[in-house]
Design a protein around this ligand. Structure first.
Ligand SMILES: Cc1ncc(COP(=O)(O)OP(=O)(O)O)c(N)n1
Ligand code: TZP
Ligand code: MG
Length: 224
């Protein structure tokens, strides 16, 4: 057991197919989207209700509760993006913060040792700081160009993950940004423990099939 409660091997396993979504990403009811993604085998879910079309206040809270209950029924961790107060109110499984959000050290302090803390890191220095702050994993990206985040930083390519590993970062890493069924294997080969995906699942013709294929690719079985 690591000092942050969740065993790092369990974190690595949970990162394999890390689905992220909010209502702004979905072409159908987000509850139905998550149901299909769970049926397809996603291993972790991040509630990221963000942007102009996002729900706020009571509507955001109600949606979060519904999505959390679904995750619980599958035994899949439910992580909240950015909103520490919401995560605390729901007793969510964890929080993901970026460099412009609440300080990771504060999030760890307020959530306690047993919750999952994810931090976005763009440099090895940020990754080391995240570890010192009690992060369980780091999100590295955008690996490829993305349409899902307007203020995304410059594209890193899978090389970005290779560089992190070469500089000695051993924390669990999930790649994010523009990851599809065609390029996910490159992210895993670069040294990531998993892939974080929004549009390749939310916009898929079959959400369940897309999640299943990501699961297959990230389990080391190659491209279907
Ligand atoms: C798994 C994962 N990695 C990175 C991010 C991006 O976080 P951040 O940089 O704070 O940007 P927003 O998602 O808040 O717009 C993430 N959400 N998840
Ligand atoms: C939240 C986030 N952070 C970096 S890229 C990104 C969006 C990823 O979305 P997509 O999988 O649709 O490219
Ligand atoms: Mg953020």
């Amino acid at each position: 057991m690591s000092r942050n409660g969740m065993d790092s091997e369990k974190v690595r396993a949970a990162l394999r197919v890390y689905f992220i979504a909010g209502s702004q990403d979905c072409l159908q009811n987000p509850v139905d989207v998550l149901k299909q993604a769970l049926a397809g085998g996603i291993t972790m879910f991040q509630f990221r209700e963000k942007g102009k079309a996002a729900r706020t206040g009571e509507q955001k809270l109600e949606l979060a509760k519904e999505l959390q209950a679904l995750c619980q029924s599958y035994g899949v961790p439910f992580i909240v993006n950015d909103d520490l107060e919401l995560a605390l109110a729901l007793d969510a499984d964890g929080v993901h913060v970026g460099q412009e959000d609440e300080l990771a050290s504060v999030v760890r302090e307020r959530m306690g040792p047993d919750k999952i803390l994810g931090v976005s890191a763009h440099t090895a220095q940020e990754a080391r700081q995240a570890m010192a702050d009690g992060a369980d994993y780091i999100g590295v990206g955008p690996i490829f160009p993305t349409q899902s985040k307007a203020d995304a930083k410059e594209v890193k390519g899978p090389e970005g993950i290779i560089e992190f590993r070469q500089s000695g970062i051993q924390l669990p890493i999930v790649g994010i940004g523009g990851i599809t069924l065609d390029n996910a294997h490159l992210v895993m080969q670069a040294g990531a423990d998993g892939v974080s995906v929004i549009s390749a699942i939310t916009h898929a013709t079959s959400i369940e099939e897309s999640a299943k294929r990501f699961s297959h690719i990230t389990s080391g079985n190659g491209i279907l």
